[in-house]
Design a protein around this ligand. Structure first.
Ligand code: GTP
Ligand code: MG
Length: 563
């Protein structure tokens, strides 16, 4: 069901989606949720529409850190999950062990007796079958039977209309669409309603059109009964969390709460020399309107104006959550500058607390000690070490700060073999200094077009992030230095012209291709005095202070302050 461009590129679900099937005369609404903890806000609200949960687990990998997160949310809502162990087609899969691991997870999450007694189905989505045993079939009917058997019919109560808006959709024909579950009464086309907003205020409105989910699409209907999910067209000025209620006697449903943000980043207008060259929306006004609009549907996101009015502090649930927002904006034509992600600390009993995460790393045996060393240096503590076939399975507790920049180092240290995943666990006391990036960077001395000649000469000094022919500006990060400390270099030098020409001596042909970094890799890479210029076609890392003299002065000031 992943239909968004970003979802397809990354192979993960970011936004929840609806589908519906009718089986044996009973309508089954299906809601697909993201699995990653960064999108917890999305999971928490859509689970409110659900009467049951199917927990999908990989038959080889078993429960992942994010499995714990979504399962916890479901258990807290008193939903009784059906466990589906998928991908039993994988060679070396271990469905029985995975089943035990899932049981243990339920137990650790304080599941009730009833929840612990979960039904389990096995199968392969890829091969199109699911069964209540490991015996393959050629269909998914046993699972559908299980859904009818174990998922209770919707809990509805008697009374006037109540429907909480849990998602938004947009259509250029119909405008904004409110999606939710009718939990009481019924809703009709052309009905007058009262919208009860999360701050308690009331607003009269009218339903223009109604849709229910059918297959992968929607079907227009005249009326929807309590228990079904629906999409309402025609309401004005609504937000997620609002209740659509009776026109005369409106009663609101409890407000949806979502987890607090754990990370923030400074978003500003692009103030590089290349300002406005690439994007359509470039002013702080554009940026502000776009960010505010996002907070309407992205519940775990918060935006604050920062003094001066040119920048905004954006609070989110992690690198991925904020990264997806930035990536979406650049595709819409925005230009912006984003700073180094900062974790959000809290004061608890007069002490400084910071977010911690559970980090899981699966890595071939021979790299295990390197990984442990790397994570320990970043103040991680190992909790679990298990052998899984050829692989070593490691679990750590680590401050979120320690994760920033870890991925690149981890992949380098394990020649790309490590598989890592992490999830926010809790706030705990501040763990002290965590070393940042080991290496310095090479910075462009002046603006211009990078030449193959200069890059070739500088190749043994660093690993380049640019190719010959790219436009650069002074203060732009163009390479990783092979050593600590930054170096300002000339990359626009042309080859001295001589009359001698030898075939095959063109420097450009010997240049290693540039290292391409994704937006999130850049977010994890930069240091506090650096930022990222994001435009529709370019992602450039740069110093906040582009001028070399300014940087020297700032550094002097800082060391004076430290002294
Ligand atoms: N071998 C095998 N691979 C599968 C099977 N089902 C799904 N996959 C693969 O597993 C990967 C992840 O599938 P998704 O459906 O995106 O997983 P997801 O759980 O929705 O992931 P999130 O939305 O990010 O939580 C894809 O590459 C699928 O092709 C299966 O039955 N067998
Ligand atoms: Mg998915």
């Amino acid at each position: 069901m992943d239909s968004n461009d970003l979802e397809r590129e990354r192979g993960i679900t970011i936004f929840s989606k609806n589908a519906a099937v009718t089986y044996n005369g009973i309508k089954i609404n299906v809601i697909d949720t993201p699995g990653h903890a960064d999108f917890g806000g999305e999971v928490e609200r859509v689970l409110k529409m659900a009467d049951g949960v199917i927990l999908l687990v990989d038959a080889f990998e078993g429960p992942m850190p994010q499995t714990r997160f979504v399962l916890q949310k479901a258990l807290q809502l008193n939903l009784k999950p059906i466990v589906v162990i998928n991908k039993v087609d994988k060679p070396n899969c271990r469905p029985d062990e995975v089943h035990d691991a899932v049981f243990e997870l339920f137990f650790n999450l304080d599941a009730t007796e009833e929840q612990l007694d979960f039904p389990t189905y096995y199968g392969s989505g890829k091969n199109g079958w699911f069964n209540d045993s490991l015996t393959p079939t050629d269909n998914i009917l046993p699972l559908l039977d299980g859904i009818l058997k174990y998922v209770p019919s919707p809990r509805v109560s008697d009374g006037t209309l109540q429907m909480q808006i849990t998602s938004l959709d947009y259509s250029s024909f119909l405008g904004r669409i409110a999606i939710g579950k009718v939990s009481r009464g019924n809703i009709r086309e052309n009905q007058q309603i009262t919208l009860v907003q999360t701050d308690g205020s009331h607003k009269k409105s009218k339903v223009r059109e109604l849709y229910v989910f059918e297959g992968m699409g929607k079907k227009k209907v005249a009326e929807v009964q309590a228990g079904d999910l629906c999409a309402v067209v025609g309401l004005e000025d609504f937000n997620i969390g609002d209740t659509i209620a009776d026109a005369e006697n409106p009663e609101a449903l409890p407000v949806i709460s979502v987890d607090e943000p754990t990370m923030n980043m400074l978003f500003s207008i692009n103030n590089s020399p290349f300002f406005g060259k690439d994007g359509k929306f470039v002013t702080s006004r554009h940026l502000r309107d776009r960010l505010m609009k996002e907070t309407e549907k992205n519940l775990a996101l918060r935006v604050e104006d920062s003094p001066g009015g040119e920048s905004f502090i954006v609070y989110g649930r992690g690198i991925l959550h904020l990264g997806v927002l930035i990536e979406t904006m650049r595709r819409e034509g925005y230009e912006l500058t984003v700073g180094q992600p900062q974790v959000i600390t809290k004061q608890v009993d007069g002490k400084k607390y910071e977010p911690y995460e559970t980090l899981v790393v699966d890595v071939p045996q021979e790299f295990a000690s390197k990984v442990i060393d790397l994570v320990t240096r970043r103040k991680g503590e190992m909790l679990v070490m298990e052998t899984k076939g050829e692989m070593q399975h490691l679990e750590f507790e680590i401050p979120s700060r320690g994760l920033i920049g870890l991925r690149t180092q981890m992949l380098t240290a394990t020649t790309g073999e490590a598989v890592m995943a992490h999830r926010f666990s809790e706030y705990k006391p501040w763990k002290g200094m965590i070393p940042g990036r080991n290496n310095g960077v090479l910075l462009a001395k002046q603006g211009g077009t990078a030449t193959g000649y200069s890059i070739d000469k500088l190749q043994d000094r660093g690993t380049f992030f640019i190719d010959p022919g790219e436009e650069v500006y002074a203060g732009q990060v163009i390479a990783e230095h092979i050593k600590p400390g930054d170096l300002v270099v000339n990359v626009i030098e042309g080859k001295k012209l001589t009359n001698m020409r030898a075939s095959g001596s063109d420097a450009a042909t010997n240049i290693a291709p540039k290292t391409l970094m994704t937006l999130e890799e850049c977010m994890e890479y930069i240091e506090f005095d650096e930022c990222i210029e994001v435009t529709p076609n370019f992602i450039r890392m740069r110093k906040v202070l582009l001028n070399e003299e300014d940087r020297k002065r700032a550094a002097k000031q800082m060391s004076a302050q430290e002294a």
